[in-house]
Design a protein around this ligand. Structure first.
Ligand code: PLP
Length: 460
């Protein structure tokens, strides 16, 4: 098979500032050993997140020039609405400034204290919005989805049996809606099968509970369905996406993902009563319903971007980049979560650095080594991010997330080379300690320091 090439040419470039190892040692020290505190120009390859970090196409940039900034009834709004309706089929469309604003309006309208919102896996802002409104946000991922090392095509699937058990446990009246997240971000973008979305809807219908789709990576999910699910190979991504949305009663969306833009989002529903409430809250917190939290030009870029995300060649290339990295790392013996998801590769830092305990923050050790050796920025999803006080997180992971249409294959080859170097020297990577931390979301601002010694490992 021939190399899957980037299905685009580059018209505008952005320089990467080259740094030396010595400079990076100093820069990381100045940033208190926390890559969130680095200036982005100190980073050579930035794999911190795929959210809002993508490159727009020439079609999107030209659409932006057509942006009409009228307060009400702008043609940009009409094009945006038509594009979202064409893909999702929903009756009511509300533009928001990003995904969490859609979640906020949804929660504020429909969540009352004491309710429970099931989801295959709540994304952190979704969980926070549901919890602030008084709900219990419960994850109902299948056992396969929770097993890091297991190779399974649809590790984002909802556990249907546990969903039914949850409904019976708390009662229908305490579940205003259920959610399903495609792809499941928490696992690096693990997909949900069409069969599972359909089965989730069928069960909820029996109890008259509406289903809201967290649709941030709907196009990547559609691609996995096309490639992995029986009988789906011949279908277009648009066709699959429409069927996915057909099982939902509404959706929340961050256009910073499969909207292929740098800012934006939307909230959709079919229910007229909900729409009434959403509209009032939208006006209160985001803006008039025909622009929401966005400029006319942003609406134009999203209208185009949603369709570009459903292009077969784009998705084939997108998926190939993630797979390429995963295969290379796996072949080197680097422990990764399998199979790789749609937008990121996860390295198991606990296995990568078996000499370190959770208290030694192995994820931070790996993140910082990747920065020092190669100027690569990744992110820890381990005990610094998810640990509470001294209690460790269930896993010590490092995520390499892939911005859309930004880096080329040589950039990825470089990342692999740096990882190889770090892997060869892994025994030299030491512990980190927290010097200063905030009460909430401490990973963003924590000040860290390399420790002189490591924590003695308890003998099991
Ligand atoms: C990014 C994301 C959100 C929140 O969207 P923002 O645009 O960052 O506010 C919600 N759910 C999932 C699954 C996401 O990946």
């Amino acid at each position: 098979m021939k190399t899957i090439i980037e299905p685009f040419r580059i018209k505008m470039t952005e320089p990467i500032k080259m740094t030396t190892r010595d400079e990076r040692v100093r820069l990381l020290d100045e940033a208190k050993h926390n890559v969130f505190l680095l200036k982005s120009e100190s980073v050579m390859i930035d794999l911190l997140t795929d959210s809002g970090t993508g490159a727009m196409s020439s079609e999107q940039w030209s659409a932006m020039m057509r942006g009409d900034e009228s307060y009400a009834g702008s043609p940009s709004w009409l094009r945006f609405e038509a594009s979202v309706k064409n893909i999702t089929g929903f009756k009511h469309i509300f533009p928001t400034h990003q995904g969490r604003a859609a979640e906020h309006i949804l929660a504020r309208a429909l969540v009352k204290p004491g309710v429970l919102i099931p989801n295959n896996s709540h994304f952190d802002t979704t969980r926070a919005n549901m919890e602030v409104a008084g709900a219990e946000a419960r994850n109902l991922l299948t056992d396969e989805g929770m097993d890091l090392a297991l190779n399974h095509p649809f590790k984002g699937n909802m556990d249907i049996a546990r969903l039914e058990a949850t409904i019976k446990e708390v009662g229908v009246e305490r579940i205003p809606f259920a959610m399903i997240t495609v792809t499941n971000n928490a696992g690096g973008g693990q997909p949900v099968s069409l069969e599972n979305i359909k089965a989730t809807k069928a069960l909820l219908k029996k109890y008259n509970i509406p289903l809201i789709m967290d649709a941030c990576r709907f196009a990547e999910n559609a691609y996995f369905i096309q490639q992995r699910e029986a009988g789906q190979k011949h279908r277009s991504l648009m066709d699959i996406a429409r069927e996915m949305f057909s099982y939902a009663d509404g959706c929340t969306m961050s256009a910073k993902k499969d909207g292929m833009v740098n800012i934006g989002g939307f909230l959709c529903c079919n229910n007229d009563d909900w729409a009434e409430q959403f509209r009032s809250l939208l006006i209160l917190t985001e803006g008039f319903p025909t622009y929401g939290g966005l400029a006319g030009r942003d609406l134009e870029a999203i209208a185009v971007g949603l369709n570009e995300a459903l292009d077969d060649d784009y998705q084939a290339y997108r998926n190939a980049t993630v797979r390429y990295m995963a295969q290379k790392l796996d072949a080197m013996g680097v422990p990764i979560v399998k199979p790789a998801g749609g937008h990121a590769v996860f390295v198991d830092a606990a296995k990568f650095l078996p000499h370190l305990s959770p208290a030694d923050l192995p994820g931070i050790g790996l993140v910082n080594a990747l920065y020092i050796e190669g100027g690569i920025r990744s992110v820890e999803l381990g005990s610094l991010m998810f640990g509470k006080g001294d209690a460790p997180a269930p896993h010590e992971l490092v995520r390499l997330a892939f911005p859309r249409r930004v880096y080329t294959q040589s950039h990825f080859d470089y990342v692999v080379e740096v990882m190889q170097e770090v892997y060869a020297k892994r025994h030299e990577i030491g512990a980190h300690r927290i010097e200063k931390q905030a009460k909430f979301l401490r990973h963003f601002t924590a000040e860290l320091s390399p420790a002189k010694s490591i924590t003695a490992k308890a003998v099991a």
